[in-house]
Design a protein around this ligand. Structure first.
Ligand code: PLP
Length: 392
């Protein structure tokens, strides 16, 4: 009882600050869903290409279950490696243009396994301040000296790299597309600074995979850099509509991680359904560029609608549109007002984003129609009129 009382008090505290989080049940993934039995547009998923609902992807997941069963039955290094894992890893390596690739059960697990395998005591790991929580956690877990530079602050990065000589190995870690701001890391500058100091760069392309670059191959390709220069991390869980994380890189890197990435070694292999879905999704990405084109068309339409409402996203670098309203309370009220009008946009609050930068993170997908976006624009107009525009 004592513990529960303490926990209740902390929850009450969060609630008083507008920071309490509760689960909301959606009827499914996809652009048009129901919440509590009411139809609404879903404008806060990472299903950027709509592939969670794509018939070929669904059929491939079902087919993999029929062929291999509901689970892989063991970790990859015991008896859990199936032909579908090998096929997926080969396909990912081809897609990323690297020698080899490996999959983890989630993107989170990929980061938590990879970073501590590569750096530890006596090493230096450097992060952008807005890196994803799983990267920060992985860096802390590694035991390496963790240094953080202000978002995109290359001067600070350069000065931190100046100290690399005191360490055995130095790793710079960055999101490719920043998940909550939607801007793109200055990969060219980061890489050249890292090169100067003998450091390696790891890019988390959770939000770039399948979306960025001429063929959806990711942020490095988008900015015209060879992927071989990076340790490439990405997820199967966002634009690819499945679940899982991957690392793509040299054969030596992948073999090393097979031996040293604890979240890979001590965890059951990715289920066949997820592997099958991801494989089919990669095929759809390759064969149907028009789906990506539809995403960008919809992003353009959304931006136009936001502009007409006098709203400017933090960045227009990517498909992620963050409208900052500062106070957590405001974000929650706007989110509620939107839901009342049939549009689901979750409020993003600390600690996911820094204090005073609460926001609506709006994501249209390739599966939305222009009509959906028009409907959403109407809901936004009314919601902002009801709650009030953030000034400044
Ligand atoms: C979502 C995300 C992850 C975690 O991936 P999951 O597959 O959802 O575990 C890692 N990094 C970034 C930048 C993300 O946005």
């Amino acid at each position: 009882m004592h513990l529960d009382e303490e926990l209740r008090a902390e929850l009450d505290d969060l609630s008083a600050q507008g920071l309490l989080r509760t689960l909301r049940t959606a009827s499914r993934a996809g652009p048009r869903i129901e919440i509590a039995g009411r139809p609404c547009l879903n404008l806060c998923s990472n299903d950027y290409l709509g592939l969670t609902q794509h018939p070929a992807v669904i059929a491939a997941a079902a087919g993999a279950v029929q062929r291999y069963g509901s689970g892989a039955g063991a970790s990859r290094l015991i008896s859990g490696t199936l032909p579908i894992h090998e096929e997926l890893e080969q396909t990912l390596a081809d897609f990323k243009g690297t020698e080899a690739a490996m999959v983890f059960t989630t993107g989170h697990a990929a980061n938590l396994g990879t970073i501590p395998a590569l750096v530890g005591r006596g090493d230096l790991v450097i992060c952008d301040k807005l890196n994803h929580a799983s990267l920060i956690d992985a860096c802390r877990l590694s035991g390496a000296r963790l240094r953080v530079y202000g978002h995109g602050d290359l001067g600070k990065l350069a000065s931190l790299l100046g100290g690399a000589g005191n360490f055995r190995r130095t790793l710079v870690v960055t999101d490719g597309v920043f998940s909550m701001d939607g801007d793109i890391a200055p990969l060219r500058d980061i890489l050249s600074l890292a090169d100067e100091h003998g450091a390696r760069v790891m890019v988390d392309d959770a939000h770039g995979t399948g979306v960025m670059g001429p063929d959806g191959r990711g942020t490095a390709q988008h900015v015209g850099l060879p992927t071989q220069r990076f340790i490439n991390m990405g997820t199967l869980s966002k634009a690819l509509g499945s679940l899982g994380g991957y690392i793509a890189g040299s054969g030596a890197l992948i073999s090393y991680l097979h031996n040293r990435a604890r979240s890979f070694i001590y965890s059951t292999a990715l289920p066949p359904a997820s592997a099958g879905a991801a494989l089919a999704a990669l095929r759809v990405v390759r064969e149907h560029p028009e789906i990506r084109a539809r995403l960008w068309r919809n992003v353009g339409a959304l931006r136009g609608a936001l502009r007409r409402l006098g709203l400017t996203p933090v960045s227009e670098d990517s498909h992620i549109n963050a409208v900052v309203v500062r106070e957590a309370e405001t974000a929650v009220r706007l989110s509620e007002a939107l839901l009342d009008r049939g549009a689901f946009v979750a409020a993003i609050r600390p600690p996911t984003v820094p204090q005073g930068t609460s926001r609506l993170r709006i994501t249209v997908t390739a599966a939305h129609t222009l009509g959906d976006i028009e409907q959403f624009a109407g809901a936004m107009k009314e919601a902002f009129e009801e709650v009030g525009l953030p000034d400044g």
